[in-house]
Write a protein that binds this ligand. Structure first.
Ligand code: 6GU
Length: 252
């Protein structure tokens, strides 16, 4: 999978994409993530990407022509950087066998996502859908808003919840994390197994945290406001009786 992120604040992705599992996934070439500075497609040398709203009002609005240039420029870049091709026809040539194969509609072009609070709510089913794509492009709007016409050049608008954030960077980091962990090979199959059993309409946390887990120490004692509190591990987990343990977990 290839992911391109277009943003005015590349540094905001420093932590989320360069640590832990998402970093490992990139090192293992399971996913290629590239961050692009939107100002590279600015309308002038001052790096202007936004403008005053027509009809008046506060704030600056992200320009549609800048975004269009970024998206078309990116498709060209992607052809050069990775082996993903965007042929004029709906066929793609395998770089090894040289055989032409017909592309499915969703493989023929990148899937462009615009994070915005007015978008469709992101959930586990949406993460599964996006994890099947070959190429995702996230376009992060910032400041006060964006030109409405930008919506006509993206594939989907997505929100991560009913609250307002200052920009699309944090939502994109959240979505990329949820999607990349579903890419085959990123995390081990066992961890995903419970999830694949879960029904599509089930709330994701129900399926990912199946039963309570414990590790050492067996007895944990603490003092809170002078009161001694002892926390133990359920006896069944220490019993060594695998049948009983399974039954207990099932119940939980
Ligand atoms: Cl995708 N963007 C912004 N700015 N705020 C949000 C959001 C997105 N999702 C929830 N709040």
């Amino acid at each position: 999978m290839r992911i391109d992120i277009i943003t005015l604040f590349p540094k905001m992705f420093g932590g989320p994409l360069t640590e832990s599992m998402i970093s490992r996934a990139q090192k293992r070439d399971l996913v290629k993530i590239k961050i692009h500075q939107l100002r590279d497609w600015a309308i002038n040398r001052r790096g202007q990407v936004d403008d005053k709203p027509y009809g008046g009002g506060a704030g600056m609005i992200l320009r549609v022509d800048v975004v269009f240039k970024a998206l078309t420029g990116l498709k060209f870049l992607s052809q050069k950087i990775s082996n993903i091709q965007y042929p004029i026809s709906n066929k793609i040539q395998n770089s090894k066998t040289k055989k032409l194969t017909k592309l499915k509609a969703n493989e023929a072009k990148p899937y462009v996502i615009l994070p915005t609070p007015s978008g469709t709510k992101f959930d586990q089913a949406m993460a599964r859908k996006l994890a099947k794509k070959k190429h995702l492009v996230f376009l992060c709007p910032h400041y006060e808003g964006y030109d409405k016409r930008i919506e006509s050049i993206v594939s989907e608008k997505i929100s991560i919840g009913d609250y307002v954030l200052t920009g699309g960077e944090l939502p994109v980091a959240v979505m990329v994390d949820a999607v990349v962990r579903l890419v085959p090979g990123v995390i081990n199959k066992e961890s995903l197994k419970e999830e694949s059993f879960s029904r599509k309409d089930e709330r994701p946390f129900v399926s990912t945290i199946e039963y309570p887990q414990y590790t050492r120490p067996e007895i944990f004692e603490m003092k809170i406001r002078g009161k001694k509190i002892k926390k133990t591990v359920p006896a069944v987990l220490l019993s060594g009786n695998h049948k009983e343990i399974e039954k207990w977990r099932e119940r939980q």
